[in-house]
Write a protein that binds this ligand. Structure first.
Ligand code: MN
Length: 257
C-alpha cells in the first residue's frame, strides 16, 4: 500500500482520509462511511480482517502485522490481521501526510462508558496520538441493518461542521436512525451494572456473558441524552485523562516532597 500519488503542492492536494473501524473490513458501515467521506477527499480503507469490537485501544506488540489488498466497492482498501489501532498506525505509516482518520460507522452505539471499551473510538484515538484529527461514528442496530443510505447526508453534515475547525483533534459521533438535528454533548459517564451472566452451551458447558447496562438515566446535554432525544451527538474528547479537580485537591490536602 505504498504512497501512490505524486507529491503535489501542500495547499492544492486533496485531503487524504484514512478510514478504519472495529467491525472489520466487510462491515456495511465502513463502505457507507467511505462513500460519504469520498465527497471530502481521497479515501483509503485500512481495517481489521475480523471483528474487533470492544477491543479498546489494544495494539499488537508480540507478533508481526501483515495486510492484504481487499476490494470495498471502488475504494482502495486493505485488511489487516490486527486491531483498529494497529490499522490506523499501519495506514498512516504507508500513506504519507494523512489529514484525517474516520472510524466506523460502527454497528452499535458508543455512548458514555462505551468510549472506554470501544475499538471504533480507539481507531480515532490512535490518529490523535499520531497528531492526526480523528472522528468516530456509530449508530444503533435493532433487529435489522441500519439504513446507511439515509444516514449519508448526516455524516456529510457532521464532516462539514467538524472539518471547518482545525483545532479539534478527536470527536465521538453517534447517529440515531432518523436524526432531528445535531447536538454538542458531554460524555455520559455513569456506573453500569457490569454483570457477569452465566449460561450453558449446547454441550452443557458453563459460559459467561458480560453486560454493560447503565444504572442511571442520562443527564441532559450528554451523548446518551442527545441520542435518546433523536439528535446526532458530537462529543469532543481529549487524550489527557488527568482529573484536574482531584489533582489540585490532592496537592493541597496531601502535600508530598
Ligand atoms: Mn464494533
Amino acid at each position: 500500500m505504498g504512497d501512490g500519488g505524486a507529491a503535489g503542492t501542500c495547499d492544492l492536494r486533496a485531503m487524504k482520509i484514512l478510514i478504519s473501524n472495529d467491525d472489520g473490513i466487510y462491515s456495511p458501515g465502513i463502505a457507507a462511511l467511505a462513500k460519504a467521506a469520498s465527497a471530502f477527499g481521497d479515501v483509503r480503507i485500512v481495517a481489521p480482517d475480523v471483528e474487533q469490537s470492544s477491543m479498546g485501544h489494544a495494539i499488537t506488540a508480540s507478533r508481526p502485522l501483515t495486510y492484504k489488498k481487499t476490494p470495498v466497492g471502488d475504494f482502495d482498501a486493505y485488511r489487516v490481521n490486527g486491531t483498529p489501532a494497529d490499522c490506523v498506525a499501519l495506514g498512516a505509516y504507508h500513506w504519507e501526510r494523512v489529514d484525517l482518520v474516520l472510524s466506523g460507522i460502527n454497528l452499535g452505539v458508543n455512548l458514555g462508558n462505551s468510549i472506554w471499551h470501544s475499538g471504533t473510538m480507539a481507531a480515532a484515538k490512535q490518529a490523535a496520538l499520531l497528531g492526526i484529527r480523528g472522528i468516530a461514528f456509530s449508530t444503533p442496530t435493532g433487529g435489522q441493518e441500519p439504513d446507511f443510505e439515509a444516514l449519508q447526508p448526516w455524516v456529510a453534515r457532521v464532516l462539514d461542521t467538524l472539518l471547518d475547525d482545525e483545532r479539534h483533534e478527536l470527536v465521538n459521533v453517534n447517529l440515531p436512525p432518523e436524526p432531528k438535528g445535531l447536538r454538542w454533548a458531554r460524555q455520559s459517564v455513569r456506573h453500569y451494572d457490569g454483570k457477569v451472566v452465566p449460561g450453558k452451551d449446547p454441550m452443557g458447558r458453563e459460559h459467561f456473558w458480560f453486560t454493560i447496562k447503565p444504572l442511571e438515566s442520562p443527564e441532559e446535554n450528554t451523548d446518551r441524552w442527545a441520542m435518546e432525544h433523536g439528535y446526532v451527538s458530537l462529543t469532543p474528547v481529549r487524550l489527557d485523562l488527568t482529573d484536574e479537580e482531584q489533582l489540585s485537591r490532592m496537592q493541597a490536602e496531601h502535600p508530598v516532597d
